[in-house]
Design a protein around this ligand. Sequence first.
Ligand SMILES: [Zn+2]
Ligand SMILES: [Zn+2]
Ligand SMILES: [Zn+2]
Length: 146
Amino acid sequence: MNHDFREELKTLGLKATPRRLAILQALAGSSIYLSAEEVWAKVKEGSREAGLPTIYRNLEELAAGGLLSKVLHPDRKLYYYLCQNKGHHHHFVCIACRRVEDIGTCALDAISREIRETFRGKVLSHTFQVEGLCEDCCHKEEIKDR
Ligand SMILES: [Zn+2]
Ligand SMILES: [Zn+2]
Ligand SMILES: [Zn+2]
């Protein structure tokens, strides 16, 4: 996969450094969400070495800019995922095999109304992620349960 992230970095006001590009390529080439350590290992395969704290900082920058999504996992480790779907949507993440599915439904309208009516406030942004088991992993659970 050779998507060019230079333009996207530019719109975020971030320089397209070889490390940032390597991180984005590593995540773009993965169909599952990755931990910072795993991204680090993939980036290290390239020639440029960077410490894990640097990779963390870069990942956080890219996530803050909206290029990456952060995945909250019950194991409390931080994971990152690069989704090519640029429209507003949310993620259903499998906690077993780390697959990510896009959810098109967003309950923001109902929530905004409640915030407006109950708290007299205004919603500026929101994050929403659903954790669970994907179809394949559900089948595996069934086999185990028998
Ligand atoms: Zn799964
Ligand atoms: Zn997505
Ligand atoms: Zn939403």
